[in-house]
Design a protein around this ligand. Structure first.
Ligand code: NAP
Length: 274
């Protein structure tokens, strides 16, 4: 099988789906034939995203709530089975890039909160999906990591460490849940979304010049990798990470002499706190 087409009647749960990469993933999965449960914390934005996908012909429902709220995580999985009767695909996409700054100054309460959202919630939702559907019927889990999981950068130590933990969690779960459930991750480089706006806004030319593939990423670049991993086209793929980074990791061999502009921006700018 080579296409990313969904199995007949398949259902996908996408966290953090009201905008950015999560919304692009939800839209792409719907185009492949999945029915959708979408989550995010802000209910109006989530409802607008659900309505937009429905207007495009998708069967989608929203379940407002944060992934760190165990009751809301359970509600999202319950909604998949009560509304659609199954849960084939889980995309753990929601994350936070706070706290920002040097690790010696990091507030440990905020560090723990980041790990709860970025790591623990992915485990919890996988447990819930496994118990609700996947341990009997199989499925696929895709975790959205980051290229920052594999190398260090200024001011993003908490985020990068949590994403490295998510990368390890992906591999561990892949081993534990095989052969019924495949677990993989996608690691985006710099993507044009709200979360990364503080990096790319006003600096696109400089950023593009420092990347081998000469542009920053779009949410759809990530979504295409996710739909492949979620589908039977990747039926012999588990425990792996797909880097979607415009060649960031190979830039040293690409002949570029410009300094890595993403790190320059991370040094100079700071994100809006969520
Ligand atoms: N953009 C990049 O350059 C980049 C690079 C590498 C990796 N990533 C990863 O890609 C994923 C998506 O990021 P993005 O750039 O698309 O971010 P984004 O544009 O800020 O969108 C984040 C989405 O997640 C939701 N969300 C945030 N916190 C949540 C929580 N605790 N519980 C449930 N939903 C939550 C947001 O809605 P609410 O605020 O209403 O909850 C929104 O729908 C993240 O895992 C991120 O780490 C992004």
């Amino acid at each position: 099988m080579t296409s990313a087409q969904a199995r007949e009647g398949a259902v996908a749960l996408v966290t953090g789906a009201s905008r950015g990469i999560g919304l692009a993933v939800a839209r792409a999965l719907a185009k492949c034939g999945h029915r959708l449960v979408m989550t995010a914390r802000e209910p109006d934005a989530l409802e607008a995203a659900v309505a937009a996908l429905r207007a495009e012909g998708a069967q989608a429902v929203g379940c407002p709530g944060g992934v760190a709220d165990s009751g809301r995580a359970r509600a999202a999985v319950d909604l998949a089975t009560s509304e659609f009767g199954r849960l084939d695909v889980l995309v753990n996409n929601a994350a936070t890039n706070a706290p920002y700054g040097a690790l010696m100054d990091v507030d440990l309460t905020r560090w723990r909160a980041a790990f709860t959202v970025n790591v623990e919630s992915a485990l919890h939702l996988t447990q819930l999906a496994w118990r609700a559907w996947m341990r009997e019927h199989g499925g696929a889990v895709v975790n959205i990591c980051s290229e920052g999981a594999s190398h260090v950068g200024p001011n993003v130590g908490a985020y990068g460490t949590s994403k490295a933990a998510l990368l390890h969690l992906t591999a561990q779960l892949a081993g534990e849940l095989a052969p019924l459930v495949r677990v993989n991750s996608v690691s985006p480089g710099l993507i044009r979304t709200e979360m990364a706006r503080f990096v790319w806004e006003g600096a696109e030319e400089q950023l593009a010049a420092s990347l081998p593939l000469a542009r920053i990423g779009e949410p759809e670049d990530v979504a295409r990798a996710v739909t492949w991993l979620a589908s039977d086209a990747a039926e012999w793929v588990t425990g792996t990470d797909v880097l979607v980074d415009g060649g960031t990791s190979v830039r040293a061999a690409a002949g570029g002499t410009a300094p890595y502009a993403v790190h320059e921006r991370l040094r100079a700018a700071a994100p809006r706190e969520p």
